[in-house]
Each structure stands twice: as C-alpha cells, then as structure tokens.
Design a protein around this ligand. Structure first.
Ligand code: C2E
Ligand code: CA
Ligand code: CA
Ligand code: CA
Length: 381
C-alpha cells in the first residue's frame, strides 16, 4: 500500500538506484548517507513531516544517496507520476530554477566523491532560462525606452480619409531584432510587468494624439491602444489610464482602447471598464471579433463603441460568399446597434472596393497602410 512501515536499520533506497517514488515520513527518523571513497558521509537526518528521496524523482535520475531507517518508521509512498504531473504543469521558469539547483547539488555531491559531472542542461531548463533572459531584457527595454509604437492607419471608407491609427508596440531587441508583441506581450502578461508596459504605451499614444493636434491635422485622428483582458484584471488599471489621459488633456474621443482577448472576458469587469471609459470620453473597441473569445454574446451584453472584425474574414471574402455575407450583415448590425465596424486585414484593392459597395464604414490593413513610425505619418499628413 501507500503507507509502509520499515524497521530500524532497514535500507529505504540505495545510491545509484533508479527511483519510482519519494517518501513522506509520518513518524521515525531516516539517515541519508553518501559514499566517499571507502567511507560514507552522513548528509542529513530526516524526521516527521520531511520528504526523502524526492530529488531523483524531480530530475528523473538515479539516487544520489542511500537512505536508512534509524528508528522504526511509518512512511507514505509518493508516486513519481504524482510529482511529475505537477512539474509538467509548473511555470517553466520555476522548473528551470529547480533543475538548476538540483544540477548544482548533484555537482557538489560528485565533487565530494572526487568525480565531475558533464555540464548539460535539459531542454526544459534551457526554455526556462531563455524566458528569464527575455523577461529581464524586456524590463531593461522598458526602463530604457527601447519599446516603440508603430501606428497603422484606419480608413473611413465613404469619407476617403484616415480616421485614426492603431498603436502597435514594437521591441527592438539588441540581438534578435524586432520581437513581435505576440511573443513578448504574452510573456509580460504572466507577471505584473504588463502593468508598466501598458502605462508606457498609453503615455506614448497620448503624446501621439497631441502631436497630430499640434501638427494641425484636422479633425484630430484617434489613436487606439491595445489592452488585453489580462491587463484589465490588475486593480486600478482603468483609473490610472484615465488619470494619464486627463493629464495629457486630450480632446474627447481621441483615445480608444481595443480590448484584445487571450482568455474569456469577465463580463462585469469589462462592462465597468466600458462605462468608466465612456464617461471620460474614451471609446472602447472589441478586437478580433469572430475568433477565439470574441463573439456575439459580448456584442449583446457589452456596449462597445467599435467592433473590429478579425482579418480572416477580409482574407476569405472574395472567394467565400459566406464570409462576404457575414461582413455585409455585420455592417448592417453595426448601424442598428450604432457601433462602428472596422474590417481588419484589408490587403487588396478588390477587397476594399467590395467593402465600399456593401456600405462598410472602416477598413484597416496593409493596403491602407502598414504600421509605421509616427514621424512618417506626420510628414505625410
Ligand atoms: P491586433 O490588435 O489584432 O493587431 C493587428 C495585427 O495584425 C498587427 O500585428 C498588425 O501588424 C497585423 N496586421 C495589420 N494589417 C494586416 C494585414 O493587412 N494583413 C496581415 N496579415 N496582418 C496585418 P502585430 O503588430 O504583430 O500585433 C500582434 C498583436 O499584439 C496585436 O493584434 C495585439 O493583440 C497585440 N498588441 C500589439 N500592441 C499591443 C500593446 O501595446 N498592448 C497589448 N496588450 N497588446 C498589443
Ligand atoms: Ca488591436
Ligand atoms: Ca485585431
Ligand atoms: Ca489579434
């Protein structure tokens, strides 16, 4: 069974064996010894509530020591799969730290026995280390203002003018070149690092609106900033956004938030965000509509000012009459709900011509313009 008794003097496991479990000591004492030449060195004496033999289970290796009962003991057997499942589910950075510690411990034990271990790292350890490095570099980039915003124009189709821009964050990585936000935003979201990044993006976007205004662009185009559902759960985030927008003194309607979703929206939370924002002249868009977590239930329950149709629809619209019908009727639905519809990912003149024909109001995509630095748009405005 899982609960086992062993008598004083009995060996629980031997150095060099391949383990199938660790043990939790319920009562009694266990001595852990390691061979050093002809003698044995006592590493530790463990008692009630201690785990013994978990190391080899964690890094899937041989026993580094021998464990012997000093007194009669009652033990619980902890199956290696029980630990393995948790390790697989653990944060990769935590796993890398653990594996690094074990490697050092095994190295120290080997040195004690006059041996040396090859310096290898497991793929999962390497993955975790790469992540720590990237996260550290990202913190550095934020502190050193190495994060930049690119601006992608959004066309008002019937008026044939640029209504606003979407701000897309870019990281110029010293060795890897530009890193996609799809990669580092997810990384930042795993910790509170996403909070200062989000605030930085808001500040830079507010400054961009002011520069359009100072350059005499009239009407002043809006700038839309991406905020992930994961960012919204940080308490006080919206209040801090509002404070920064107030501080910048922007005209109402010139800043927009695009809610992007990496997970299901907390409807009540988002309803509160929308309400607060609208009261302060900030419009809110639902991003990537028609994919993942962005769906009809949210149109019905949340009063978004704008809905952005995922680019897969524009991509399919000319070849697939169903995609075309969805765009056409979403445009109509937008009018009925008084919600702006933006079709994303417009890449060809034919797609734009069709959108114009069916009465679609806004388009975004490489045809209208690629994301570019603010200076380039100011120069051409
Ligand atoms: P998104 O909000 O859906 O942004 C649109 C993405 O599609 C951008 O990629 C843009 O460069 C790309 N795109 C635009 N037009 C076209 C087109 O015609 N064809 C194709 N194939 N692609 C097009 P990007 O810049 O790599 O951004 C990826 C995602 O990263 C964004 O998706 C957004 O969810 C997220 N993101 C970007 N900036 C931020 C930010 O400041 N904060 C947060 N939380 N997320 C951000
Ligand atoms: Ca977006
Ligand atoms: Ca989008
Ligand atoms: Ca997206």
């Amino acid at each position: 069974g899982l609960r086992t008794r062993i008598e004083a003097g009995q060996i629980l496991f031997r150095q060099g064996e391949i383990p199938d479990s660790a043990f939790l000591i319920e009562s009694g004492e266990v001595e852990v010894r390691v061979r050093q030449g002809d003698t044995e060195v006592v590493l530790s004496i463990l008692g009630e509530g201690d785990l013994v033999g978990e190391m080899a289970v964690i890094d899937d290796s041989y026993r580094t020591a021998t464990a012997t009962a000093i007194t009669d003991c009652v033990l619980y057997r902890v199956d290696r799969r029980q630990i393995g499942e948790r390790l697989v589910a653990a944060d990769p950075i935590i796993r890398a730290l653990l594996e690094g510690q074990l490697k050092r411990y095994r190295g120290a034990l080997a040195a004690l026995q006059g041996q040396s271990l090859p310096d290898t790292s497991t793929p999962s350890e390497q993955l975790g280390i790469d992540k720590i490095r990237l996260e550290t570099q990202l913190r550095e980039a934020l502190a050193g203002h190495a994060l930049e915003l690119s601006y992608q124009p959004i066309l008002d189709i019937p008026a044939d003018r640029i209504a606003g821009y979407e701000a897309l964050v870019r990281w110029q990585h010293p060795e890897r070149g530009p890193v996609s936000p799809a990669e580092f935003v997810a990384l930042a979201e795993e910790t509170s690092l996403i909070v200062p990044i989000g605030e930085y993006v808001i500040d830079v976007a507010c400054a961009a609106v002011s520069r359009f205004a100072r350059a005499g662009v009239d009407p002043v185009p809006f700038v839309a900033v991406n905020v992930s559902a994961r960012q919204l759960v940080h308490p006080g985030l919206v209040e801090r956004i509002l404070a920064r927008v107030h501080h910048a003194g922007l005209p109402a309607g010139s800043l927009k938030l695009e809610i992007t979703e990496s997970r299901a929206l907390d409807i009540e939370l988002v309803a509160r965000v929308i309400e607060l924002c609208q009261r302060h002249g900030i419009r809110v868009a639902l991003d990537d509509f028609g994919t993942g977590y962005s769906h009809f239930g949210q149109l019905h329950r949340l009063h978004f000012d704008t809905v952005k149709l995922d680019r897969s629809f524009a991509h399919a619209m000319l070849a697939d009459p169903r995609a075309m019908a969805i765009i056409e009727h979403l445009a109509e639905l937008g009018r009925a709900l008084r919600t702006d519809i933006v079709v994303e990912g417009v890449e060809t003149g034919e797609q734009l011509a069709e959108l114009r024909r069916i009465g679609c109001r806004y388009a975004q995509g490489y045809l209208i313009g690629r994301p570019r630095a603010l200076g380039e748009w100011l120069a051409s405005a």
